[in-house]
Design a protein around this ligand. Structure first.
Ligand code: P6P
Length: 334
């Protein structure tokens, strides 16, 4: 709904959070404030992304991150923005980020910690393809007043209290869940507000879109190859933009499956469990979808290291089930 100026008139993110405070376990306002801090960093980063071509912040830094990947200038800018917003907001005791090898310790008196990919798909920055931020929020296990511990970080995805992503695309969106449905907010830059635009997002049970990098086709397990061929035989649409958040979001709305299986280059898969897959798996399940590593639900994996990778299949439940049926035949030797 818009007013006569064509501007949205509706529920702002702040108002939505306030109205749904009771959805937040142990609602004492800290988690609400933490979500607002993330939204603030997203607004700031959105502005920088939209000016990247003009402000000499595209291209790479000439350095690599913990993954050994070229750090794009905007990767670093994004990490700084989110770290600063969460530090200033005071609601987070620690951050684990794709851009830092170790835990970044913030307020020892806070009960939440954040796992984040500040800017995923950054190789797309220079070519103006949608990119995204992915985040998970956990409650610490260690006592308040002390530094966060490794055990605080290495929690399974089932323990997330909230998760979401920002999508910097044709419009900028914030999509998140606190374990009670999934809601999407669209940013109106002229007002500096996120407005509720996608209430209670549910993924279609089935779909006809498959997202996989077929450049690695020869690396995939036979069952994955068979599934890809079956999609083609059924004239499904191949949609893969090389930016996980963009592919995930489209499939969430239209139905579909995203697959990043193990490859020769990345035998354990490329995507990271803690700050990419867990958040999207939580959202997928809350929206009625499924997410697996091919053997078990992503959310049931107990992490062993901060930056561990996992094969990742996520999307419409009927499509994920079909791939899993194929893979199970192998493990049961049929
Ligand atoms: P490939 C971006 O680097 C990313 O992490 C995801 O956003 C994207 O889906 C995937 O990797 C692309 O990887 O190997 O297909 O270029």
């Amino acid at each position: 709904m818009t007013n006569n100026l064509g501007l949205p008139v509706g529920t702002t993110l702040d108002r939505f959070i306030k109205r749904n405070q009771e959805d937040f376990p142990y609602a004492s306002g800290e988690l609400s404030q933490l979500l607002r801090d993330i939204a603030l960093a997203g607004k700031i980063l959105n502005k920088e992304i939209n000016h990247a071509g003009l402000d000499n912040i595209i291209g790479d830094m000439g350095e690599t991150n913990v993954q050994g990947e070229n750090q794009q200038k905007l990767d670093v800018v994004a990490d700084i923005r989110f770290t600063r917003a969460l530090r200033n907001g005071g609601e987070v005791c620690a951050i684990v980020s794709e851009e830092n090898e170790e835990i970044v310790h913030l307020n020892p008196n806070s009960k939440y910690l954040v796992a984040i990919d500040p800017l995923d798909g950054s190789s797309n920055i220079d070519v103006n393809v949608s990119i995204g931020t992915i985040f998970s929020i956990y409650r610490r296990k260690s006592p308040l007043g002390s530094a966060a511990t490794v055990e605080d970080v290495l929690q399974s995805g089932r323990d997330q209290v909230a998760a979401g992503y920002l999508l910097y695309g044709s419009s900028t969106m914030l999509v998140y869940t606190t374990g009670n449905k999934v809601n999407g907010f669209t940013y109106e830059p002229s007002l500096g507000e996120f407005f509720l635009s996608h209430r209670n997002m549910c993924i279609p049970k089935d779909g006809e879109i498959f997202s996989i990098n077929e450049g690695y086709y020869n690396d995939y397990e036979e069952e994955i190859k068979a599934y890809v061929l079956s999609c083609k035989e059924r004239h499904y649409s191949a949609r893969y933009i090389g930016s996980l958040v963009g592919d995930f979001h489209r499939n969430l709305l239209k139905g579909g499956i995203y697959l990043y299986p193990s490859t020769k280059k990345n035998p354990s898969g490329k995507l990271r469990l803690l700050y990419e897959c867990n958040a999207l798996a939580f959202i997928a399940e809350q929206a009625g979808g499924k997410a697996t590593n091919g053997k078990q639900a992503i959310l049931d994996i107990l992490p062993e290291t901060f930056h561990q990778r996992t094969p990742f299949l996520v999307g419409s439940p009927m499509m994920v089930d079909e791939v899993m049926e194929n893979l199970k035949k192998v493990t049961s030797g049929k």
